[in-house]
Design a protein around this ligand. Sequence first.
Ligand SMILES: [Zn+2]
Length: 133
Amino acid sequence: MRSGLEDEVSDKVAMNPAGSVDPDSVAFFSPDEGGSYLHARGFSTHHVYKHITEHDSTALQYFLGFGTGSALWICSFESLFSKPCSKCGKLLAMNKKSALILSPLHRTYQDLPLAANLDVCEAYHGGCSPYDS
Ligand SMILES: [Zn+2]
């Protein structure tokens, strides 16, 4: 299944069971990637998309409890390279864990099951997120 983010993000979504509206796995890739690893349980060769994919399993577990919101959360990555960090206000910052300069890759999901739009979905760098420990 594709979500329609083809300009900045290519994603693969696995639905379980087949026909379900709740994804059990989502992997994000660069639109210019190609290869046998492009599936819902694969990982991108690009750090940006690999970080998002690692982060998404926590979000998907959260949405399973509500039964809604995951599609809206996936769409929040439409602004992956244009939405500044909600804490520091910068577009790029050093990720201390990976020693890479990255955009705000974490999108909050805690308020999405009750929200009607993406405005409640904040963007954070890994070290800036109030939800990271
Ligand atoms: Zn930040």
